[in-house]
Design a protein around this ligand. Structure first.
Ligand code: ZN
Length: 148
């Protein structure tokens, strides 16, 4: 599908392989999933993960100024929810992740994940087969979004 010919922003895929992975202790969650995608040839996919992180960096996108604000989390948290997708950016698999992290009182912090150092993590990645899903710079938002 050519960029600029998909006004609905709809891409259709068929389900392919299901990958279940236990991530390594002390690894970065995003890098680990990106490596997995590269090794397994996943160019489009979605995933969920649960587990715990030792520390993390979250982002909040300032929609007015078009920049991420960073929030450092320097203590262990449960990864109560983690969802993401894999698509292509500059021809390479790119992993986009959002998380909800819970502290010992169950209080949560959530947002875009920049860095997440794994204590333990179980990932379920769904590989999708279909058209190329590529991120391109979007002037309206200032983000790299799926080209339509
Ligand atoms: Zn995000």
């Amino acid at each position: 599908m050519k960029v600029g010919h998909n006004p609905m922003g709809l891409f259709e895929y068929n389900a392919s392989k299901e990958l279940i992975v236990r991530l390594k202790h002390d690894a970065d969650l995003i890098q680990s999933i990106t490596e997995l995608a590269k090794n397994k040839g996943v160019e489009a996919g979605s995933f969920t993960a649960i587990g715990a992180l030792k520390r993390a960096k979250l982002g909040y996108y300032d929609q007015k100024n078009h920049e991420y604000r960073e929030m450092k989390i320097d203590s262990p948290h449960e990864m109560a929810s983690c969802v993401g997708n894999v698509s292509l950016k500059d021809e390479e698999p790119f992993t986009h992740v959002h998380v909800v992290l819970a502290d010992e009182m169950g209080n949560t912090k959530a947002g875009h994940l920049f860095e997440g150092i794994v204590f333990a993590a179980e990932v379920h990645l769904h590989q999708l087969e279909g058209p190329k899903l590529e991120r391109k710079y979007d002037e309206v938002t200032g983000l790299s979004l799926w080209g339509i």
